[in-house]
Design a protein around this ligand. Structure first.
Ligand code: NAD
Ligand code: TDX
Length: 329
C-alpha cells in the first residue's frame, strides 16, 4: 500500500492505525514534508514502513512508487484554505498535478486508487437550510483550496470512466484529533488557551462545520478500501454540526476559562457558511459507524492530547501565528 501525504495529520493517523492492525500489508509512505508534515508523526511505526521523501507532483517518482503498489491511498495535499488565498500555486501543483500523476501511473500499472477528498468541494449550505450534502450534491467550490480538491475529484472520475482506473473517492467533513497542525481551527484555539492567549473567531463565529474525529474518518477509509465498490463516491461525516462560537465556548469550559474569553478577528474572504454531511450511504452500504458521537467527549480527549504533547506543536505554533499576524487574523 502506497500512502501519500502520510506524514501529515490524517495520513499519519491512518498509517499508525493500519500498521499494527494489518501486518499483512507492506506500507510505503511518500511525503514532500511541507510545513504541515512531521517525520515524528510516524515515529511509532518508523521501523515497519518504507519512507520516500518526495512530491507526487514529480511524475517520475509517482510512477516508480505506484508501480510497486497494489493500492494507493492519496492523502497528499496542500490543506489550508487561508494559505490557498495567499498563494494558490502549491495547491495546483500538489492537489491537481499530483493526482494527475497518480492517475496516469495507476492507469499504466493497473493499480487501485482511493482518493481522500473533502466536503468543501460542494460549496456552502445556508445556516437555516435543513439539507445536507449527499453523493448527488452539486460541485460548487468557493476557495482556491476547494477548487483544486474539486478538480482532483473530477479527474479521478474521468480516469475511472474513460480509462477504467479502479478508483474510489471519499468526501469527509472537518476532522479534529491528535497530530493536527496548530494552524487549524480547533488546535489553534486549544494551544492559544494553553499559552494564555484568547481564541480567535473569524467574522461572527456563526459559521457551522460538521466535526468528525480523525480515527472515525480513517475507519471509514479502511472500510472503503476493504469493501467499497470501484467507481463509487462515499461521503463521510459523524453528524456533529456545531457553530465555531459553540466550539470555542466548549473548549473554554473544558479548559476552565470564562465563556466570553475570546476575540473576534476579521473574516476569511469567501468564508463558507456551513457544511453538513448525510452519511447514509456509507452507513448503509459498508456498515461504518463513528465511535465519537459526542463532540464534547472528543474535544476533551483532544485537549488532553495537546496538553500532554507540547513538544509536538510548540515549534510550529510560533511560525503559524506569525503567518496569521501577517494577514490580520
Ligand atoms: P495536512 O496538511 O496535515 O497533511 C498533508 C500532507 O501531505 C503533509 O504531510 C504534506 O507534506 C503532504 N503533501 C503535500 N503536498 C504533497 C506532495 N505534492 N507530495 C507528497 N506529499 C505532499 O492535511 P490533512 O488535514 O492531514 O489532510 C489530508 C487529506 O485529507 C487532504 O487531501 C485533505 O484535503 C483531506 N481532508 C482533510 C480534512 C480536514 O479536516 N483536515 C477533511 C476532509 C478531507
Ligand atoms: O483561527 C481561526 N478562527 C476561526 O474562526 C481559524 C483557523 C478558523 N476559524 C474558522 C474558519 C472555519 O469556519 O473555523 C472553521 C474551521 O477552519 P479551518 O480549521 O481552517 O478549516 P476549514 O476551512 O473548514 O477546512 C478544513 O476542513 C475541510 C480543513 O482545513 C480542510 O483541509 C478540509 O478539507
Amino acid at each position: 500500500m502506497l500512502v501519500t501525504g502520510g506524514a501529515g495529520f490524517i495520513g499519519a493517523n491512518f498509517v499508525r492505525r493500519m500498521v499494527p492492525r494489518r501486518p499483512d500489508i507492506d506500507v510505503t509512505v511518500v511525503d514532500s514534508l511541507n510545513y504541515a508534515a512531521s517525520r515524528a508523526n510516524l515515529a511509532p511505526v518508523e521501523d515497519r514502513i518504507e519512507f520516500a521523501h518526495g512530491s507526487i507532483a514529480d511524475a517520475g517518482l509517482a510512477d516508480r512508487l505506484v508501480k510497486d503498489a497494489d493500492i494507493v491511498v492519496n492523502f497528499a495535499a496542500e490543506s489550508h484554505n487561508d494559505h490557498s488565498l495567499a498563494d494558490p500555486r502549491p495547491f495546483l501543483e500538489s492537489n491537481v498535478i499530483g493526482i494527475w500523476n497518480l492517475l496516469e501511473a495507476a492507469r499504466k500499472h493497473r493499480t487501485r486508487l482511493h482518493h481522500v477528498s473533502t466536503d468543501e468541494v460542494f460549496g456552502e449550505l445556508s445556516l437555516d437550510d435543513p439539507g445536507r450534502f449527499d453523493e448527488q450534491a452539486r460541485y460548487n467550490p468557493s476557495s482556491p483550496y476547494s477548487a483544486t480538491k474539486a478538480s482532483a475529484d473530477l479527474l479521478v472520475r474521468a480516469w475511472a470512466r474513460s480509462f477504467g482506473v479502479e478508483a474510489t473517492i471519499s468526501n469527509c467533513s472537518n476532522n479534529y484529533g491528535p497530530l493536527q497542525h496548530v494552524e487549524k481551527f480547533i488546535p489553534r484555539q486549544i494551544t492559544n488557551i494553553l499559552l494564555g492567549v484568547k481564541p480567535k473567531l473569524y467574522g461572527t463565529g456563526r459559521n457551522v462545520r460538521d466535526w468528525i474525529h480523525v480515527d472515525d474518518h480513517n475507519a471509514a477509509v479502511e472500510a472503503i478500501i476493504d469493501r467499497g465498490r470501484a467507481g463509487e463516491t462515499y461521503l463521510i461525516g459523524a453528524e456533529c454540526e456545531a457553530a465555531n462560537l459553540t466550539i470555542v465556548q466548549t473548549l473554554l469550559t473544558i479548559m476552565g476559562k470564562p465563556g466570553d474569553w475570546f476575540d473576534f478577528v476579521p473574516d476569511r474572504p469567501g468564508h463558507d457558511l456551513r457544511y453538513a454531511i448525510d452519511p447514509s450511504k456509507i452507513r448503509g452500504e459498508l456498515g461504518w459507524r463513528p465511535r465519537y458521537r459526542n463532540l464534547e467527549e472528543g474535544l476533551e480527549a483532544t485537549v488532553a492530547w495537546y496538553s500532554g504533547h507540547r513538544a509536538a506543536w510548540e515549534g510550529a505554533k510560533a511560525a503559524a501565528e506569525r503567518r496569521y499576524e501577517a494577514i490580520g487574523r
